[in-house]
Write a protein that binds this ligand. Sequence first.
Ligand code: ADP
Ligand code: MG
Length: 495
Amino acid sequence: MRPASRSGPCAAALVLVACASLCTGLTCVCQLCEKTNFTCETEGACWASVMLTNGRQEVIKACVSLPQLKAQIFCHSSKNITKTECCYTDFCNNITINLSTGQDTSSKSKLRPVELTVVITVPICILSVALMVTLYTYQGNHCRFRKKRRPNIEEPLSECSLVNPGKTLKDLIFDMTTSGSGSGLPLLVQRTIARTIVLQEIVGKGRFGEVWRGKWCGEDVAVKIFSSRDERSWFREAEIYQTIMLRHENILGFIAADNKDNGTWTQLWLVSEYYEHGSLFDYLNSNTVTANGMIKLIFSIASGVAHLHMEIVGTQGKPAISHRDLKSKNILVKRNETCAIADLGLAVKHDSLLNTIDIPQNPRVGTKRYMAPEILDDTMNINIFESFKRADIYSLGLVYWEISRRCSVGGNVEEYQLPYYNAVPSDPSIEDMRKVVCEQKLRPNIPNQWQSCEALRVMGRIMRECWYANGAARLTALRIKKTISQLCVQQDSKA
Ligand code: ADP
Ligand code: MG
């Protein structure tokens, strides 16, 4: 059946037929759903899309499990470089779709187009009118209600801003990843989202370019824009975020990656959830925290790092990942004042079966100020994946120190400072850091007054155990998480 996007009485009848099937749920073709025999089930629509990528037509078929009007974004598009169709009967997306000739139902018929139209249209119209009368009599009211809720596939993309935001991007990602590959949105959906974002303002700058706040259907999103010469970094970061089972409330919520060739250069975008507090560095510069606030921040960071570091075994498992650039500028603060680990561009994955790391190693890639002693003096054993995790823990201890200094106890609080602010220049070299951290064995100061507050006393102990020169002696992220969770319980019982 053709999608119900044609006008006229036949189309009206088809809409009703479609509506009847919508009421019971749909089965569609889904290329990514290996586990479910390449089919998916949805209350929404079957979806088929084609997009021109590097001169090739890429086709994807899936379910759009959006009972909301937002589905219109995915159901309506027909431009030179992309074409999308939604339909509402079982397996109706099992079609050949291409950009040049439009939709082709794969018919082997030798009939001429006019004959074909008559042969198809007349019986369908007769059937449809009969069905329409029956349905109108028995189900008319019910279906009219459902029809109102179904995406209007004729509406232009610009209607996006009028959409009632009943469902968020988070819901969309949840819907599509549970019916799809499990590691992120299908590529063409990512592109469709990226290409309907309106950039608003720059919110940050880092190693690779600018981070913008953008709007997608009324929702804020963050867009990290890489320059074309950093294509490998863009690709790598997108790849890491789409690692199976990586999603976690304390890891930046990845939404989409897009490489858009505008004829002169390639724009490389990474789209993610937007956090209005910005980085932990920004947050600590302008805010102090209570003991409870500190515990919340610290616990959420430990949870994010523990999830990254953990290997989950199984077909839907996740490899252990080391971040390699943990610092307050790469951690974001969410609206509820918990954190999300961001900037996974330097992360490495461990293949535990082969005991290998997924990219060639240059251990000295992070931020010098936060580098572990074994990286600074080049003694780290890069053949053991644990070494990378241990180096992360050293950096994590420095981040904890930055937070703890901003914890206000009895009205006392220290100003925000970067680790080793009093020992090295503002843009320290590896040699500057090596002298201080490896030779002089200096570590950030743990003030005496921290002893007067239980939470800060525990934090001081955790930091010391993150900073051992011997990486093997350091705490693990899981251990830290457990210690802090006990602190949470104690604080709760005091409150
Ligand atoms: P780079 O790889 O260039 O260092 P980051 O991902 O670390 O880029 O981002 C740079 C800065 O942009 C962060 O320190 C933060 O201030 C801001 N930023 C990044 N992502 C977001 C986001 N999702 N929401 C709000 N601000 C962000
Ligand atoms: Mg960064």
